[in-house]
Design a protein around this ligand. Sequence first.
Ligand code: NAD
Length: 496
Amino acid sequence: MTTIGHYINGESVAPDGRSQPVYNPATGQTEKSVLLASKETVIEAIDAAESAFSEWRNTPASKRARVMFQFKYLLEKNADKIIELIGQEHGKISHDAAGELQRGIENVEFACAAPQLLKGEHSKNVGPNIDSWSEFQPLGVVAGITPFNFPAMVPLWMFPLAIVCGNTFVLKPSERDPSCAIYLAELLKEAGLPDGVFNVVNGDKEAVDVLLTEPRIKAVSFVGSTPIAESIYATANAHGKRCQALGGAKNHAIVMPDADIDNAVNQLLGAAFGSSGERCMALSVVVAVGEETANQLVDKLSAAMADLRVGPAQDADNDFGPLITHEHKTKVKAYITSAEQQGADIVVDGRNIQVKGYENGFFVGATLIDKVMPSMESYQAEIFGPVLQVIRVDSMNTAMQLIDGHEYGNGTCIFTRDGEAARYFSDHIQVGMVGINVPLPVPVAYHSFGGWKRSLFGDLHAYGPDGVRFYTKRKTITQRWPSSGVREGASFAFPS
Ligand code: NAD
């Protein structure tokens, strides 16, 4: 049994205390356990980050960026190990884990531009011989709290940018797949990051509560489910912290009657079932405009789903793997059952899938549910499993009203050949990330990621330009150097 501890001040630490099992979701077995940090351990991490801050903030941005260049090299060199760790604890198939890592590395590449990103703004002669400029200073010690479903990518959304901006960092990754974060910390040290600049504490609510209330933590980035995001945002704000809290989702794809249906079917398969639907950008609802569109989609989707391969991470021929825990598998199956009981058609049923040799794994097969109604529990909730639901409507306006009426507003997509319809849709829909014939419109690293409505609490999106603003505070300096002999007397009018 391996024990996964914490990483504080450049060292692995494993103090005595509470722990919990880490499962291999493909076998249902536990081969590792993770320590759950006490208040004292989190304080130790904050102490280390605070001590490292002064020197790190004064390190030139170009030198901070050089650590990131080296870190990128090490991430690429050790990609296989990272992919293996993700596979062991999350169950993600290697090609999918490689994609996650690549999207994470792109955030490191963006962070390498720190000297350019932190240049600030300058205005000469805002008054006679007066210059003014704004600079972007680091906040101090900042924290990240991340979900299980992207154990590499979501932490990489946060700490590379926070660190190159001159902050020091405490990461609290998901306790369900904790090894990846510890390995990233080791690679950062190898890349030349000074001890204490990046720290990892594993744990649960006890550790999170310290990060949310400790006065030395200046900002909190959170990604996870909406109820937790909402409470994290409220608590962090109540303690005077800057906070961005990204929550859950229910992403709809509209398929218009003029769409290329075969293309839409291919795109929907990957976007609905990739990573077992455990993505905040998973397309979990298809809104078919017109009966003929719906009939074609259901026929073609169900035929194509027969060929999907479900199994363990190490077999690269699999399309997707298991769910994260036994409890989550039970919950996903219960949503399918509730849709059935409330009158929907279960066209393809993944509830009783058996994966040979992995009978105790947390697998649910790809499931297609037709004739779903907005009042159904399975429609309202984020299922976070390999379940695609079809809603039939008679117009694009009705489809858009449905999307706008949902509590979540993370991602959405339209499949159409009509440019005017697509333009109207992207302009008016109340969702933060929109695809036009692109099923997973995850913004690239030099844009920023964030949903609307109850998919994000806070003003600034994650990573990219918004990330730079989130991890810095603006200081504006106005300067005059009076030449001797022309000093003015006191002025009591407001300067104009
Ligand atoms: P989760 O909310 O259960 O956990 C997220 C983090 O919060 C973990 O680190 C966990 O330890 C911590 N946490 C859990 N309960 C807590 C509590 N009561 N108090 C304090 N901290 C607590 O989420 P998850 O199951 O790990 O991840 C899946 C969810 O994350 C889904 O809802 C998914 O949509 C969402 N997600 C959103 C995005 C996005 O960008 N919007 C990205 C990825 C995942």
